[in-house]
Design a binder for this molecule. Structure first.
Ligand code: ADP
Length: 233
């Protein structure tokens, strides 16, 4: 039985003069949860609310049944890690970047993290600018895993990668489940189908559809049909 990790209740959020989410209600269950929808529909904005990278104007967000604001931000971000579209590393070695998340990591723990993301242990001293983009994304993932998160928020984590690296990162992420839950934003219908699990479609600032990802293509709804066919991107 899946458990609700996050619950959004009538959430309104956006930027200075723009309302992006105009009253989103959604239960995000543990395991794999895809947030789909065309570009510009507010998926990233929604995801960023779950780690308090963005704030919202009204409504409520619960994490494990508690108001999200009850968690100190650093505790929340340890439990809920984030991986972005493009790998963001700072000037330094792989180990410097990973220790940034948890300074106390010893070399066995670092090696273990590298192994989990499929990088050889001799990468430890490699400089950040000597990595391919796929390798850099793995280092970002290792850094996120360093705090032992319960949930990973994934904001189009493969969109900067070539098809081979995309598949590798996809299977790596899926192998973390069920120990770690994934909330995976994608505008790609094929990716939503590949990753499976539960899904919700955000469209024009609201939850337009929710169900199993595999049922998206069966939905009797014009907007979902356009998204599935690629007409709405
Ligand atoms: P999606 O992830 O579905 O592509 P986003 O949440 O990134 O959608 O964007 C939703 C809307 O919010 C878009 O119209 C986008 O231009 C706008 N937006 C996103 N980030 C910002 C920002 N930092 N400042 C102002 N507007 C933004």
């Amino acid at each position: 039985m899946s458990k609700t990790k996050f619950e959004l209740i009538n959430v309104v959020a956006g930027y200075r003069n723009t309302v992006v989410l105009s009253g989103v209600s959604l239960k995000i269950t543990d395991g794999i949860f895809a947030i789909v929808g065309p570009s510009g529909s507010g998926k990233s904005t929604l995801l960023r609310l779950l780690d308090r990278l963005n704030s919202y104007d009204s409504g409520k967000i619960l994490f494990d049944g508690e108001l999200i604001e009850k968690y100190p931000v650093d505790e929340l971000r340890r439990k809920v890690g984030m991986v972005f579209q493009k790998p963001i590393l700072f000037d330094g070695t792989v180990v410097d970047n990973i220790r940034y998340a948890r300074n106390s990591l010893n070399s066995d723990e670092i090696n273990n993290l590298l192994e989990r993301v499929g990088l050889p242990s001799d990468y430890i001293e490699r400089k950040w600018d000597e990595l391919s983009i796929g390798e850099a994304q793995r280092v970002c993932l290792a850094r996120t895993l360093a705090t032992n998160p319960e949930v990973l928020l994934l904001d189009e984590p493969t969109s900067a990668l070539d098809p081979t690296a995309t598949r590798t990162i996809e299977s790596l992420l899926l192998s973390l489940v069920p120990k770690i839950s994934l909330v995976w934003v994608t505008h790609l219908m094929e990716q939503a189908e590949r990753i499976g699990g539960q899904a919700a479609m955000i469209y024009r600032g609201k939850t337009h559809w929710s169900g199993f990802a595999k049922d998206l293509k069966l939905a009797d709804d014009e907007i979902v049909k356009k998204f599935v066919s690629g007409e709405l991107k």
